[in-house]
Design a protein around this ligand. Structure first.
Ligand code: ZN
Ligand code: ZN
Ligand code: ZN
Length: 103
């Protein structure tokens, strides 16, 4: 999946990651060597007008050839999970993006 930018639904400005990554703490049992942990992971993103949005990412197994993926929706939030985090997850990406868009 190519890099993508999360755009604020309220004002249309690009959003950047804001605050730490959070996860639920449900115990999951994975086959040996696999990572089938389907705890819900989310980050908070914020635009320059201080609107915030929670972004959820779907888990997948890191073992090659294993097609296990986490659920697309879960009990702890509304909406679907994304397969990749939006850009802006690293400060350098965010800065680059703003330099390209704010002219
Ligand atoms: Zn906004
Ligand atoms: Zn697996
Ligand atoms: Zn959730």
């Amino acid at each position: 999946m190519s890099p993508w930018v999360l755009v604020c639904e309220e004002c249309g400005e690009p959003m950047n990651v804001y605050g730490p990554e959070m996860s639920t703490l449900v115990g999951f049992i994975s086959p040996p060597g696999h990572n089938h942990d389907d705890n819900c992971v989310h980050r908070t993103y914020r635009c320059k007008n201080n609107h915030t949005k929670q972004v959820y990412k779907r888990n997948k197994c890191t073992v090659e050839g294993c097609d296990w993926v986490g659920k697309e929706e879960c009990w702890c939030h509304l909406g679907k999970k994304f397969d990749e985090w939006p850009v802006g997850t690293k400060a350098s990406d965010a800065l680059k993006f703003f330099q390209e868009t704010v002219r």
